[in-house]
Design a protein around this ligand. Structure first.
Ligand SMILES: [Zn+2]
Length: 277
């Protein structure tokens, strides 16, 4: 795993390979705007495991050209785990600049569909900026086309086009279209936002739309017995059995959305004094 920065404008000092991956594949971790970005390098091509934020795109291309010393056109495929700003925001921009293709899970319609979708997209963008503010990052452009037009819509069990060593998993719950990617040869699974590590604790993402499916998704990832779980927020982690037990025990029992939270706050009334206690 290589923690890297983008101050690499005049030399091609490739990072040392300490990933213990197969000799045909190297995994690079790039610090994104508010998330971690995983770039997979092969001798003849590159794969980006998620669509990153809109403003991460120059940073990713700089890494490809000035750290890996490769042409940007080597980036052949960008997968989009789900439609949130730090996972889908850079996908169309990368395709426009590089000519790569985009793959996502096969779900009908758009996640940010119609007027309510546009409202949700606005809220999610503000939440992403809030995360940046909390991380003491400068406010940068995040807005992108809320409708995704992928080249490939993949089903559970499919292999990634051109990268057949990666297998698609439908792990929805956080949204209706969360896609995880399993790499059996190295025992690594990229989970997007399905699981998050905050400081020393694993937590479920917010919002949470499909509680039952989310729990099944967690069980499914655990059943893979991954050597490493690659998270967009929390890095590359080896998760112990005891930690998995705790993650499953603490999985949310009820859906949690911005609308539900507002409704809950508005409907909340303090108990009359004679009912207290
Ligand atoms: Zn998300």
């Amino acid at each position: 795993m290589n923690a890297l920065n983008n101050n690499t404008t005049h030399s091609c000092a490739r990072p040392p390979d300490n990933t213990n991956n197969s000799h045909t594949m190297r995994l690079h971790l790039i610090a994104g705007y508010i998330e971690q970005i995983y770039l997979v390098e092969y001798p003849d091509k590159l794969l980006l495991l998620d669509g990153c934020s809109y403003n991460d795109v120059p940073h990713v291309l700089d890494f490809v050209e000035n750290t890996l010393c490769r042409p940007r056109q080597d980036l052949k495929l960008v997968t989009v785990s789900h439609l949130h700003p730090d996972h889908a925001g850079g996908a169309h921009r990368l395709r426009r600049l590089v000519g790569c293709q985009i793959a996502s899970l096969n779900k009908s319609g758009q996640w940010y569909q119609g007027a309510s979708g546009l409202a949700m997209y606005s809220i999610d963008s503000v939440l992403a900026w809030y995360v940046a503010y909390r991380q003491r990052k400068p406010l940068k452009p995040l807005l992108y086309c809320p409708y995704l037009f992928p080249d490939y819509q993949l089903n559970d069990g499919d292999s990634l086009p051109g990268f057949t060593d990666w297998q698609v998993l439908d792990t929805h719950g956080h949204t209706d279209r969360d896609m995880s990617l399993w790499h059996p040869a190295t025992g690594q699974v990229y989970v997007g936002d399905v699981l998050i590590k905050l400081r020393h604790k694993y937590v479920s993402p917010f919002p949470m739309y499909f509680v039952k499916h989310y729990y099944q998704s967690l069980q499914r990832i655990r059943a893979l017995k991954p050597k490493y779980v690659l998270m967009a927020h929390g890095g590359r982690q080896a998760i112990s059995d005891a930690e998995w037990d705790s993650i499953l025990q603490n999985a949310p029992a009820q859906r949690r959305t911005v609308a539900d939270t507002i409704k809950h706050k508005l409907l909340w009334r303090p108990k009359p004094k004679n009912e207290a206690g």
